[in-house]
Ligand binder design. Structure first.
Ligand code: UDP
Length: 240
């Protein structure tokens, strides 16, 4: 393999809704979203096929205080619709950056966004288009982390890249514990044994069962997404 070739040909990037807020308290920060798109464009331009699962936590979460007293399933549908809004915003930011992307939704809202069809998504990826997967799994009681594991497995991604604000998995909360150390690599079993929270249990179990590695990294660290895609030591790699 050429030394400068990316380590992965197809990746699934999980972007939380909160990543889009930037310094704002709510919603989508234009500058932040275009900065994230620039990072994604770099790897797409390297020929890497990119699927993105977008969260909705910057707008609504089924388990958030705003949903207190609501029927949980109903609240989760609102959360899923929030991810569709983020997906459309991401799509538009990609268009503005000269990228070609498609949004597919797990809930049918066909006037706005095409439905999720696995074969079509794979075809788009093969054509070099970035596919944004919106509306999570389409089911209440799940999260977009689980959607990332599911879509990652479905499209045959080689890895799930979990973009967070923190640059990897630490032995303790680095904000609270100055002795916290970042792991370069860790196994699925070690994550369970040490009770480290990196994804919800359903998402984590799916990745583990499918032997789908996860790389946790910071989307706000310039060039980090590229380094992960090149197979460099960036963030924390969780594997078997
Ligand atoms: N959600 C859901 N089913 C899914 C994915 C998401 O019901 O398969 C709802 C759920 O209410 C969740 C919200 O959508 O709280 C937003 O997703 P998530 O919290 O995963 O977003 P993130 O934290 O990544 O921004």
């Amino acid at each position: 393999m050429c030394a400068n070739a990316p380590r992965y040909k197809r990746i699934l990037l999980k972007l939380s809704g909160e990543a889009l807020m930037g310094g704002d308290a709510y919603g989508i920060n234009r500058q932040t979203i275009s900065g994230i798109v620039d990072e994604i464009k770099v790897v797409v331009d390297m020929g890497v096929q990119v699927g993105v699962v977008i969260g909705g936590g910057n707008i609504f979460r089924g388990v958030a205080p705003a949903a207190t007293g609501m029927d949980r399933a109903q609240a989760d549908y609102i959360g899923m619709l929030a991810t569709v809004m983020n997906g459309l915003a991401l799509h538009d930011a990609m268009r503005a950056a000269g990228m070609v992307s498609r949004v597919q939704s797990a809930l049918n809202i066909e006037q706005v966004v095409e439905p999720y069809i696995r074969g079509k998504a794979i075809r788009y990826l093969e054509q070099g288009r970035t596919v944004i997967f919106a509306a999570g799994t389409g089911n209440p009681f799940f999260t977009t982390d689980t959607a990332a594991a599911l879509r990652g497995a479905e499209i045959g991604a080689e890895i799930v890249l979990k973009a967070t604000k923190v640059d990897g998995i630490y032995s303790a909360d680095p904000k609270k514990d100055p002795h916290a150390v970042r792991y370069d690599r860790i196994t699925f079993d070690e994550v369970i044994a040490q009770n480290l929270a990196i994804m919800d249990a359903t998402a984590f179990a799916l990745c583990r069962d499918q032997k789908l590695p996860i790389n946790v990294f910071s989307i706000f660290k310039q060039g980090a997404l590229k380094r992960v895609t090149m197979g460099e030591n960036e963030g924390t790699l969780v594997s078997c």
